[in-house]
Design a protein around this ligand. Structure first.
Ligand code: GLY
Ligand code: MN
Ligand code: MN
Length: 408
């Protein structure tokens, strides 16, 4: 039930940080609900996953009740009741026993039928509730905790609702050593997949074959799945930012963008390399490639504690603009990465040691069928940065040399 690749004590420490940040106020984090999509796995809200490691309990919730007189009930896990008739379809679920309490690190576990009572008692006592879920825009449903708190506040005179909806993002942005270890493993698996593609690529091969080669590298290295659907786009499709079909035949003389990441122990990686289908960049392709590489290096060098992603973005953008390609760099420089490929993060926030961000400038010239993106995963360190994906061939020479190893 719980992802044991991170120690229970680490999940407990994460929850304690939230409890103390609430300063006596009530909070609740929901896992989300619903059946798994027909062609996929059910995923919890990642803030819930971050706090519990639990990935297969739709409808679950964590209640923070800091003023509860019983210290064991200040953090509670609520799980949907066991339903033997549903278990036949969805898998057998645990009863609430000492074993489950030990496995999850929660001293108090209740069934979700008790949610209204437990939340109501907590709110009546504290008279103060705090939103932890991200606030929604007005076109979206009200966030689930705020919706309940509004109902509670209508029933509890003098109660107030506060906003700490950025707290979990702030906690998740700084990775622990255990999280960084998993990210490194995910990157290693991605490197294997890319290496296999470098060796398999040749004119005429279908993008789908290369997609499958890529994913086999991930799974052979222990990845359960991909962090996101890979982009394997050759020719003009290299200029399509969210190309997903990956089903066209490749052609001599074209470039191919490979944007991919394995997921290991729930943690993502996200790497892009752009390679020549025939193993050798043309003069023109090389010219544009060198601009993107220079821009990427400039942005990587700008990653350090205290800098913002906005400043990091500006470093690459300047290089690309100065080279005359300003209109062809359409997206932002990158994003935080962790449990999610696009982890929540604030581009105006100062970078801190332990954060992991992607740096991924690109130039996309549709008329020339030249799409080039280079993406690495960068750990912010005390002194600056470490490129976690630096072993993957990246310069023109490194890529061409790696492709020379192809079977003839
Ligand atoms: N593949 C999505 C990204 O690079 O952000
Ligand atoms: Mn990517
Ligand atoms: Mn990315």
């Amino acid at each position: 039930m719980i992802d044991t690749s991170i120690k229970v004590s680490e999940y407990q420490a994460r929850r304690k940080k939230v409890l103390s940040a609430l300063k006596g106020s009530v909070g609740v984090v929901f896992a989300g609900d619903g059946a798994p999509p027909l062609r996929g796995e059910w995923f919890p809200n990642f803030d819930f996953k971050y706090l519990t490691g639990i990935g297969n309990e739709p409808g679950a919730a964590v209640i923070f009740d800091p003023t509860n007189p019983d210290p064991k009930r200040r953090i509670m896990l609520l799980l949907k009741p066991v339903n033997p008739e549903m278990d036949v379809w969805d898998g057998y679920r645990d009863l609430v026993t000492e074993k489950l309490r030990k496995e999850t690190g929660f001293e108090s576990i209740f069934r979700t039928n008790f949610l209204p009572r437990l939340l109501g008692e907590a709110a009546k006592r504290a008279k103060h509730m705090t939103c932890l879920h991200p606030l929604s825009t007005y076109t979206q449903p009200v966030s689930p905790d705020l919706e309940i708190f509004q109902q509670l506040s209508a029933r509890i005179p003098g109660s107030t609702i506060a906003d700490q909806s950025k707290l979990l993002t702030e906690l998740r942005m700084v990775k622990t050593p255990a999280e960084i270890k998993h990210i490194r493993s995910a990157i290693k698996a991605t490197a294997e997949g890319i290496d296999r593609v470098l060796r398999a690529t040749k004119p005429g091969i279908n993008e789908r074959q290369l997609h499958n080669t890529l994913v086999s590298g991930f799974t052979d290295m222990g990845a359960k799945t991909v962090a996101f659907d890979p982009i394997v786009g050759s020719g003009v499709r290299s200029t399509i930012l969210h190309y997903k079909e990956n089903d066209q035949s490749t052609s001599d003389g074209d470039l191919m963008v490979l944007d991919c990441g394995a997921e290991i122990n729930g943690y993502a990686s996200d790497i892009t390399r752009t390679i020549p289908i025939n193993g050798k960049f043309s003069k023109r392709q090389k010219e544009v490639y060198e601009v993107v590489l220079k821009a990427q290096k400039a942005s990587i060098a700008a990653v350090k504690p205290g800098a913002t992603m906005t400043q990091v973005d500006a470093a690459a953008r300047k290089v690309i603009k100065d080279a005359g390609y300003g209109d062809y760099f359409l997206h932002s420089i990158g994003h935080h990465m962790g449990l999610e490929t696009h982890d929540p993060g604030d581009n105006s926030a100062k970078l801190k040691p332990g954060m992991v961000v992607t740096i991924e400038p690109g130039i996309y010239i549709y008329d020339e069928a030249i799409g080039i993106r280079i993406e690495d995963d960068i750990l912010v360190t005390k002194d600056g940065r470490q490129n976690l994906s630096s072993s993957i061939p990246k310069t023109v020479k490194e890529i061409e040399d790696a492709m020379k190893k192809r079977a003839k």
